[in-house]
Design a protein around this ligand. Structure first.
Ligand SMILES: NC(=O)c1ccc[n+]([C@@H]2O[C@H](COP(=O)([O-])OP(=O)(O)OC[C@H]3O[C@@H](n4cnc5c(N)ncnc54)[C@H](OP(=O)(O)O)[C@@H]3O)[C@@H](O)[C@H]2O)c1
Length: 324
């Protein structure tokens, strides 16, 4: 079969032949892939930098996607790790790690949105006792996951949803999808405005880490009227740096805790339990996501474009959708 194949961690995957996978276990199912998202997590899988990488080559990347099995049902599937991922004509799934989608779901929208949307959905439902009315700050709100976090916090009933990010144009679009306030992050102008806007937040969904997160912690806690008010900082991504100089005083001077949300800190069972409800929300078209479909055969170009694209690229095998 044809697949995107990673043969070297230093190069983009190539579209070439790869042995077709076979079902082995009782719950295994070979599916025809329809759409697979090119998420940051897939880029780090393909270049060997993700913390789950085993260093084994060659392999087919793709950690999730939409496909159709022999039972004729449309499914979203997610992997912990595998050597035959979703960027192939066919892949083997464990049916227990999939969710059946409504037949009228848009495979590209589901493949684009599930991974970035899952980050905030799982964080708010599994890593914090979230309830309607709590105030949320999304730090790094201009990426795909950040834009969806704004929408999901709003959907789950947050009071204030403060969107903080770097890109002014993308920030300006966020009030239309649920942000009650926006703060432009600029290292030259400091964090004073963030401290004012986000002084009363209860939960922070942090995609940045690095220096912006350390500055934001100090600003939010300094601005707080009641330092006994619980503040839970949920670490999800690290696009601004893998380490942050967390101010020790912040942890002493306020009821402040930092937790992470991702593969490992959230169990497989907890992730799987959240799939059906989130898939329903995305299939219903409730969330806005900017997806760009590209044929799997153009995987090399897709990799080059993904480095600078603000849209979520989705590799597609259109024939599999129509012929089912
Ligand atoms: N833990 C989980 O469960 C989970 C799940 C999904 C994703 N993630 C992680 O979450 C992060 C974001 O994912 P994504 O899908 O949203 O990626 P994305 O669509 O590529 O967005 C990344 C955004 O980060 C922004 N950015 C980069 N450096 C920045 C900086 N120094 N300061 C402020 N903003 C900066 C860029 O914003 P501008 O160019 O607009 O300024 C870009 O739009 C990644 O690290 C990803 O691995 C984690």
């Amino acid at each position: 079969m044809k697949a995107a194949v990673v043969s070297s961690f230093g190069a983009a995957p190539r579209y070439e032949e790869f042995p077709a996978p076979a079902a082995v276990g009782d719950d295994d199912m070979v599916i025809n892939v329809i759409a697979a998202g090119l998420h940051p997590r897939v880029r780090s899988q393909a270049n060997g930098s993700h913390y789950t990488s085993t260093g084994e080559l060659p392999f087919v990347p793709g950690i999730d996607g939409v496909g159709r099995g022999p039972d004729g049902l449309l499914r979203y599937v997610i992997y912990p790790d595998t050597r035959v991922g979703t960027m192939a004509e066919q892949t083997v799934i464990d049916a227990r790690r999939s969710v059946v989608l409504p037949e009228d779901s848009d495979p590209v929208a589901v493949a684009a949105a599930m991974n970035p949307a899952m980050s905030s959905w799982v964080a708010l439902r599994q890593r914090v006792p979230f309830q309607a009315g709590l105030n949320v700050l999304v730090l790094g709100a201009t990426g795909n996951a950040g834009q969806l976090a704004v929408q999901i916090a709003s959907l789950l009933g947050a009071g204030q949803v403060i969107a903080a990010g770097r890109h002014p144009g993308r920030l300006a679009a966020l009030p239309a999808v649920g942000a009650t306030d926006t703060v432009q992050l600029d290292p030259d102008t400091g964090s004073e405005r963030l401290g004012q806007a986000a002084a009363e937040v209860d939960v922070v969904i942090d995609y940045l880490w690095g220096q912006p997160a350390a500055s934001a912690m100090a600003a939010v806690i300094t601005g707080r009227a009641d330092r006994g008010q619980q503040l839970t900082w949920i670490q999800i991504g690290s696009v601004a740096g893998p380490t942050a100089a967390v101010p020790s005083a912040a942890l002493r001077a306020a009821r402040f805790q930092i937790v992470g949300s991702g593969q490992g800190s959230v169990s497989t069972q907890e992730f799987l339990a959240e799939l059906p409800a989130l898939a329903r929300v995305i299939s219903a078209g409730t969330l806005t996501i900017d997806a760009r479909p590209m044929p799997l055969a153009e995987v090399g170009q897709a990799w080059a474009d993904a480095a600078s694209s603000t849209q979520r690229i989705v590799l597609t095998l259109d024939g599999h959708h129509e012929s089912s």
